[in-house]
Design a protein around this ligand. Structure first.
Ligand code: PLP
Length: 386
């Protein structure tokens, strides 16, 4: 861990193969053979490390990726998954059985899983606003064992104090998981701030090219190791080809995210001056509510921002439909800029009342800033809003 993040992005976890490849090759096999039953049992019974069966994660391409991911998050251990939701589900099953608090805004799929599905299995869930820390503390005191939060959040870029929430959790024996998807390890290290788990939709900035679906869970070994069996038996393993693509993407993570930080800042500043924009949600703007906290706990403000256009939901839809460089698509973190109206996509599954309670208006457009020139993106927004 003494090397810098950009160095670890390139080198961490990579394993040599017999032919001297600089990157871990793709072991595109489902199973691995052994010279004898005794050798096989050494791996099956955990006496020796080794490759065994890809769905278990015992595949060198996947293990190399996981070593890189653990290094980037400053974690003892990381598991890769076939999606961000698969990582969340395995975490909830493994560590959420005594109840889960979701604090603040989160991705709509997370809210749906916790709000209407996990409860069917008899697990108590509490979806609270970020300001309801006192209620969260009461739920934890009643025995709720896992707190989940996303910062900056989806889609209002709300910033929560990771260290303060971790302190409350730990005072009462609960664990804190932070969805670090919007920030990436370039901009924020939740484990160093006291969180117990980091979760990612690696589909976003980690993957970075809108061409893979993957997830990550990282943290201390004693906490992450028990999730292995859940991943194994839920069958939510990443494919070796996807693992290799994700490793490829991680090598350029720092250059991509630092550029996205700069471009998003320029776009946010231009939108803050725009007459047709009522509000800009971006932690890098000095007058933004979460700015001071973001400045203290983040190294960069990220490539995501949300604007609220004047004229309501229909005006927002018209602007989204007129954008040319920003593609109308419900994802984020890729090389290409994307726009989405949360009420039609990411938060469409929530009732209008629930969206209103969370401050998610129909007039919001969430922008994922890609790797294009800032001036071209601003010009595109100007023509769409004109
Ligand atoms: N977390 C955040 C912040 C997201 O934006 C998403 C998806 O958009 C997820 C988790 C779920 O990830 P995936 O789509 O890879 O399952």
């Amino acid at each position: 861990m003494s090397e810098g993040l950009a160095t670890r992005c390139v080198h961490a976890g990579e394993i040599d193969d017999a032919h001297g490849s600089p990157h871990t090759p793709i072991y595109n096999t489902t199973t691995f053979k052994f010279p004898s039953t005794a050798d096989l049992l050494d791996v099956v019974e955990g006496r020796k490390p080794g490759s065994l069966y890809t769905r278990y994660g015992l595949n060198p391409t996947i293990q190399a990726l996981e070593a890189k991911l653990a290094s980037l998050e400053g974690a003892e251990m990381a598991w890769a998954f076939c999606s961000g939701m698969a990582a969340e589900a395995a975490l909830f099953f493994a560590h959420g059985r005594n109840g889960i608090v979701c604090l603040g805004d989160a991705y709509g799929g997370t809210l749906e899983l916790l709000g209407s599905q996990v409860g069917m299995l008899g697990i108590r869930t509490h979806l609270l606003q970020a300001s309801e820390l006192d209620i969260a503390e009461s739920r934890i005191q009643e025995g709720c064992g896992l707190v989940f939060l996303e910062t900056p959040s989806n889609p209002t870029l709300e910033v929560q104090d990771i260290r303060a929430v971790a302190d409350i959790c730990h005072r009462h024996g609960a664990l804190l998981a932070v969805d670090n998807t919007f920030a990436s390890p370039v901009n924020q290290q939740p484990l160093a701030l006291g969180a117990d788990f980091v979760v990612h939709s690696a589909t976003k900035f980690l993957g970075g090219h809108s061409d893979i679906t993957a997830g990550v869970l990282a943290g201390r070994k004693e906490l992450v190791a028990p999730v292995w069996n859940w991943r194994k038996n839920l069958g939510s393993m990443i494919a070796p080809e996807t693992a290799a693509l994700l490793s490829r993407s991680l090598r350029t993570l720092v250059v991509r995210v630092e550029r996205q930080n700069r471009t998003a800042q320029a776009v946010a500043e231009a939108m803050a001056r725009h007459g047709k924009v009522a509000r800009v949600f971006y932690p890098g703007l000095p007058d933004y509510a979460g700015h001071q906290l973001a400045k203290a706990q983040m190294q960069g403000y990220g490539g995501m921002l949300t604007i609220e256009v004047t004229g309501g939901g229909e005006a927002a839809t018209r602007a989204a439909d007129r954008l040319r460089l920003f593609a109308l698509a419900p994802s984020l973190g890729g090389a290409e800029s994307l726009v989405t109206q949360p009420c039609t996509t990411t938060h469409h599954g929530l009732s209008p009342d629930e969206r209103a309670r969370r401050g998610i208006s129909d007039a919001m457009l969430r922008l994922s800033v890609g790797l294009e020139d800032a001036a071209d993106l601003i010009a595109d927004l100007n023509q769409a809003l004109a």
